[in-house]
Every structure is written in C-alpha cells, then in structure tokens.
Design a protein around this ligand. Structure first.
Ligand code: RIB
Ligand code: CA
Length: 323
C-alpha cells in the first residue's frame, strides 16, 4: 500500500501533551501513536473509569505505555466513578479487561502518588503550552477544573473525543464518554475556554477496515499484533452494527491535536443536556440553528480525510518496526 501521506517526522520543538483516557482498545491505540509522535512530548497520562472500571483502566494505561517503550511517562490514578451518577461500562465493546481480553506484561512503573487532577494541574503549571487530549469520560478533567479555577486558561488547547452534533452510540442522542458523566462534560464545556469536540460526527469516519487491521498486524511488531488482537471484539461488534470497520475514535482526537489539516471543523456553541429523560448526555450544538448560543468558541470536528488518517496511523505504527 502506498503511503499517500507520509508525514515527515522531523524533530521539531516538541509540544507538551497530557492524555486523559479510560484505556480501552481505542485509547490503547491512541497511546501507542502518541508515544511515537515527534511533535509531542508526552509528559503525563491519567486514567479514568469509563470503558471498564478504574481497576482495569489504570493498569491498562501503565501496561500499554510499557508496551510502547514509554515507562518514562508518569501515569496518574483518576476517578473510579462519575461525578454524580453510577458508572456504566462498555465491556461488550472493549472486553471485560478493557483490552479485548489480551493480557499485557505488567509495567515496571507504578501510578504516581498524586491523583489525576493534581497531576494535570502540576503539569499545566510546569508546561505553559500544555495540550490536553481527553478521550474518556471527563470526570478527571472536571474535578481538576473545579479544584483549580485557574487551570482552564493555563491550557493551550483541549481536544476531547466525545459527544456528537448528530446521533449517539450509547443512546440515540448521546455518545459514551459524555453520557457516562454529563455533569463533568458540562463543567468542561462551560469552563470558559474553547474545547475541540471530536465527536461521532468525525470519529465514525476514522475507521480501519477488517483488511486494513489485518495489514496492521502484518507489521509483525508486538505493538501491531497487540493492536490487532485487542480490537477483534470491537471490530466484530462494529461490523455487526453495519459499520465499515473499527472506528478509532481516540486516535482521531489525538491526530486532530497534532495536525488539523486532515480534518474539517466549525466553530459552535456546545452545551450538555444533564436532565433529559431521553436526551441525557446529548451535546447540543448551535451549528444548524439560527438561534446562536452566547459562547461560540468551541469547535465541532465534522470530517476527516480517512486516507490521511490511515496513512498517519500506519506511519506511526511502523516506527515500532525500527529497533
Ligand atoms: O464513544 C467512543 C468513546 O467512548 C471512545 O473514547 C471509547 O474509548 C469510549 O471511551
Ligand atoms: Ca476512550
């Protein structure tokens, strides 16, 4: 396969990156990619309950970073449940352990002593141009924003995987990360800083077909084989829904943070429904409304050049082929 979009991985000035995730199979893919991005200095990762419980997302995060050869990256333990409602997980997609049943070697590194919200704030103090990519329920981020009122404006950019201008995947009107903790998402969207929402509008288009996932495995590295094996259950589930392949929701958000050129995004107001009986967890945007919301500095990511996305993903995963 010719790589139409081989991005030159010149070692530019690295931008400090903090990832908050509920390490399931697509979070793991994002961590493997982030670990190899020359444009970012991955300075911290926090685990939150979401796809599966924190008792799995925390070790999954540590162990995937070890698989990526990145035990240099500190990992923080976050929230084990949403701010104000019970945790509802997604083992039918990610498997009971969150990694599609694949057991990784345990990382030699342990989680840091301070909790995720303190780890994120300390990172924002240390790195003035910190980029936050949050690809799980926003519980940790909201707790950090509530505890440290000056935190939002200390971030240079926040990109989330979550929400949807149209549709939903856990209910007809809500996407998993947002409906798992809508109160947390409401805090983040109301924090006074622009949020980039990489929701289902774009992430359903950021997929690998079954054949492309097979091709990924053919790279033959432990990281590629893990990516292939861990995503088999999710692939089968998504194919059963009539989707064209496995949607790599979290890598899409990470790739937006790195290079917006393969995406289309529009400015909008975004609010979260936290009380609806049918619409709870819906991210309401004013994209297609003549009545505009007062705050319209958020961006909704709507489209992606899938070829560029696939090319970037393979280019990053090929880096594990180099000893
Ligand atoms: O709706 C998809 C999102 O929910 C992804 O981040 C997936 O990992 C789950 O957290
Ligand atoms: Ca996730």
């Amino acid at each position: 396969m010719t790589e139409k979009y081989m991005k030159p991985d010149i070692d530019t000035k690295r931008i400090p990156l903090f990832i908050d995730c509920d390490t399931g199979v697509d979070d793991a893919m994002a961590l493997l990619c982030a670990a190899k991005m020359n444009s970012f200095d991955l300075i911290g990762v926090a685990a939150v309950a979401g796809n599966v419980g924190l008792e799995n997302t925390l070790p999954n995060t540590l162990n995937v970073l070890a698989l990526a050869g990145r035990t240099d990256v500190p990992v923080y333990k976050g929230a084990d449940k949403p701010l104000a409602r019970p945790l509802v997980t997604a083992p039918h997609v990610h498997g009971l352990n969150g990694l599609g049943g694949v057991e990784l070697d345990p990382s030699p590194r342990k989680a840091e002593s301070e909790p995720a919200w303190d780890g994120l704030y300390n990172a924002a103090i240390q790195y003035e141009n910190l980029v936050l990519v949050a690809v799980g329920p926003l519980t940790n981020v909201a707790k950090a924003f509530i505890k440290y009122r000056d935190l939002p404006k200390r971030l240079s950019k926040i990109v989330i995987m979550g929400g949807a201008a149209v549709g939903g995947n856990r209910t007809p009107s809500a996407e998993f990360n947002v409906i798992t903790d809508p109160e947390a998402a409401d805090v983040v969207f109301n924090s006074g800083i622009p949020v980039v929402m990489c929701g289902l509008d774009v992430t359903l288009k950021a997929y690998l077909t079954e054949a492309e996932l097979d091709e990924l495995a053919e790279l033959g590295t432990p990281q590629a084989i893990f990516s292939y094996q861990s995503q088999q259950n999710a692939l089968r589930y998504e194919l059963s829904l009539g989707l064209p392949g496995i949607c790599l929701h979290d890598p899409a958000a990470l790739f937006f943070a790195e290079d917006e050129s393969m995406f289309t995004a529009r400015k909008a107001g975004i609010r979260v429904e936290t009380r609806g009986l049918v619409t709870s967890g819906k991210t309401v945007t004013d994209l297609d409304s003549d009545k505009k919301m007062p705050y319209r500095e958020h961006r909704v990511v709507l489209d992606i050049d899938r070829e560029a996305f696939r090319g970037r993903l393979f280019a990053l995963m090929r880096k594990y082929c180099i000893p």
